[in-house]
Ligand binder design. Structure first.
Ligand code: LMR
Length: 331
């Protein structure tokens, strides 16, 4: 009889307890907590937990502690994690090739043009492409423009000849390095430092904040201030999870994401400038600035990639991005 009563009590209490258990969002990413994306993720956690009065708990897993960048999108699709912010260069292997337009060398002349693209119809169209993959795009987060690093100074396209360069899994980045005469090698972000240290690859490209927070500068003698390309993120969620959220919770999370996005995009430039200053202060890496002639030679070597890749990423998409640049006064 006693046992029967205890079971009855448990049956009454259990649903109450589970109703009070917070909804957990696992937010996995591959960069450091103090990189722009890492800071954005922590800000989202804070805002989301506040905005839902604790009904949502956001667990942030930085530095590939849960998944490497080549594993995380599948984990999101399977629902093992709920939220990610991969660089958009990671969507090619998923079959969404259009995002690789962002990898085209010199495609964004500045951040304002980039913001026009991501916040306008192109950004929305690209999010739509993810829907059939069970993914919902929530926001675009900025990182910044890339530098090149190696153990020799990279001043002219000829300097790349025969160098093994780590890339993200993007056919456009592959074509970019081939156009320079280098040998591109796709590699997970978490493995780059060691690969540079041991000479598995000779060099790489990334934003200063990623170079600094992963300590790549400690194993690279030269850094070229090339600003030849861009890295940015799509903050994405498992669509089924997102659609299953109570409407008030989802609305609160949308608000938190809006504010976290504003914050992440406001700090990115400064974070990268500070990272460059810190790399310089560390004294292990010599900076290479390009003069006008060298810049022109880089462009000349890399721009054929547009033609080569237009059937992959879409001629119209490239034209739409270029139209935004032209509207901002760039030729
Ligand atoms: C990389 O893989 O090089 C970076 O895009 C990683 C990141 O998320 O910034």
């Amino acid at each position: 009889m006693k046992k029967w009563l205890a079971l009855l009590a448990l049956a009454c209490i259990a649903p109450l307890a589970s109703a009070q258990a917070p909804i957990v969002i696992k937010f996995s990413h591959v960069v450091a907590n103090d990189a722009p994306k890492g800071k954005g993720a922590l800000r989202f956690k804070e805002l989301a937990e506040q905005g839902t009065n604790g009904r949502v708990k956001v667990e942030v897993y930085p530095n590939s502690t849960l998944y490497k960048d080549n594993e995380e999108v599948e984990a999101l699709q399977l629902g093992t994690v709920q939220m990610l912010a991969p660089s958009v260069s990671k969507f090619g292997p998923l079959g969404v090739r259009e995002y690789e337009a962002f990898d085209l060398p010199f495609i964004f002349p500045d951040r304002n043009v980039l913001a026009k693209v991501t916040e306008g119809p192109v950004g929305a169209m690209l999010f739509k492409k993810l829907e059939s993959k069970g993914i919902k795009g929530l926001a675009y987060w900025d990182n910044g423009f890339k530098v090149m690093t190696a153990n020799k100074p990279l001043r002219m396209p000829e300097d790349f000849k025969g160098l093994k360069m780590r890339i993200q899994p993007s056919k456009v980045l592959d074509a970019q390095f081939r156009a320079l005469g280098a040998i591109p090698q796709v590699m997970a972000f978490s493995e780059v430092y060691q690969a540079l240290q041991t000479g598995v690859v000779d060099g790489t490209e990334n934003t200063p904040s990623n170079v600094y927070t992963q300590k790549m500068h400690e194993v690279q003698k030269y850094l070229t201030l090339s600003d030849h390309g861009y890295i940015g993120y799509a903050v994405i969620v498992n669509a089924k999870f997102w659609d299953s959220l109570p409407i008030d919770i989802r609305t609160a999370l949308e608000g938190a994401m809006r504010d976290a996005t504003r914050y992440a995009n406001a700090i990115a430039r400064q974070e990268n400038d500070q990272a460059l200053a810190a790399i310089k202060a560390a004294g292990k890496t010599e900076f290479v600035a390009l003069d006008d002639q060298q810049k022109a030679a880089w462009r000349k070597a890399m721009l054929p990639v547009y033609k080569e890749m237009e059937s992959r990423v879409g001629k119209d998409l490239i034209a739409a991005i270029q139209k935004e640049a032209a509207a901002a006064g760039y030729k």
